[in-house]
Design a protein around this ligand. Structure first.
Ligand code: ZN
Ligand code: ZN
Length: 316
């Protein structure tokens, strides 16, 4: 019986369900590009009609969104490629690059906005057609709000850091749009022109913060972070209750790469057990772990008794 959870022989050996999920992931990424283009057009229109720096900052953020949606599409494509000779553990980490690139772009956009806000602060500009501009921006905000809620929920269910990262970024975009609209209304009512560059500066700082957070999360993934304590407890329970015939398991290690969780451990069996019998236990464990942990890829090292450690997972 083949070991569960590994598809080293190419796409033909990948279960249909996994292929299907990748196709849906690509479809969502393509739709993201359509949404980004629509939102960007609305915001550019809003900026172009009013000349507001705050609306400029909002539009620039959408340029970042469009570029990162394109990068996300490409990295999801790369990440979904089956393992090959040069990448024998798969291409899952490609998605983290998308998140890192997005983080860098966000920081660049924030700096561009700060420069523009400073210019407008030094030499104030008169805002024109404010109602029309705000109308375009509110429309863009609604489209974005709907799409980011969808991306975060869907990306989490399918464990795609690229889509979740994009969703969170869009959420900051929606929040800043709300702030910009409210602030510009206030500026129009009170006549305080300085509110426009001040808002843009607040938007820039907010964007900067989201970029830093996104990069920190992606670096965690690139650094082979372990699963959460909750999932680790679950893994230990599954091992303990599916290894009848073995003595104990120890050195349980996990690392996550995109939608895949690599799990490895040592399994101690009686020294006289046949290779076939211990392999049966391994197959059982692999199946149980693959069912319990989404995207699990399991590797088990079998040892004869005498290697047992006091700290191991006792088999019940
Ligand atoms: Zn096997
Ligand atoms: Zn060992």
């Amino acid at each position: 019986m083949p070991c569960a959870g590994r598809y080293p022989l190419g796409k033909a050996h990948m279960p249909a369900a996994k292929r299907h999920s990748n196709d849906k992931l690509k479809l969502v990424a393509v739709a993201s590009i359509g949404v980004a283009v629509a939102v960007l057009s609305l915001k550019v229109l809003a900026y172009w009609r009013t000349g507001s720096v705050a609306l400029y900052s909002d539009a620039l953020e959408s340029v970042v969104n469009l570029i990162t949606a394109l990068v996300a599409l490409y990295t999801i494509h790369v990440a979904s490629q089956p393992a090959d000779g040069r990448h024998q553990f798969g291409h899952h980490k490609a998605e983290y690059f998308s998140a890192v690139i997005e983080g860098v772009l966000i920081i660049v956009a924030a700096l561009l906005i700060l420069r523009e806000a400073y210019d407008a602060y030094v030499s104030p500009r008169a805002l024109s057609n404010l109602n029309e501009g705000l109308g375009f921006n509110i429309a863009a905000m609604l489209v974005n709000g709907f799409w980011c809620a969808f991306l975060i929920g869907w990306g989490r269910r399918h464990r795609s850091p690229a889509l979740v990262g994009e969703g969170w970024h869009l959420l900051t975009d929606v929040v800043t749009s709300v702030g910009v609209v409210v602030g510009l209304v206030l500026a129009a009512v009170t006549g305080w022109g300085v509110l426009d560059p001040a808002l843009a500066a607040v938007v820039a700082v907010n964007i900067l913060w989201s970029g830093v957070r996104l990069m920190r999360e992606s670096v965690g993934g690139l650094m082979d972070e372990a699963v959460t304590a909750e999932i680790e407890r679950q893994i230990r329970e599954v091992i303990a209750s599916n290894a009848a015939g073995a003595i104990e398991a120890h050195d349980v290690k996990t690392r996550t790469a995109g939608r895949v969780t690599f799990i490895e451990f040592h399994l101690v069996v009686p020294a006289t057990m046949t290779v076939a019998a211990s392999h049966d236990i391994c197959d059982r464990l692999e199946t149980a772990l693959t069912e319990a942990v989404q995207g699990a890829e399991v590797l088990i090292h079998v040892e004869p008794e005498g290697e047992a450690k006091q700290t191991g997972v006792p088999v019940v």
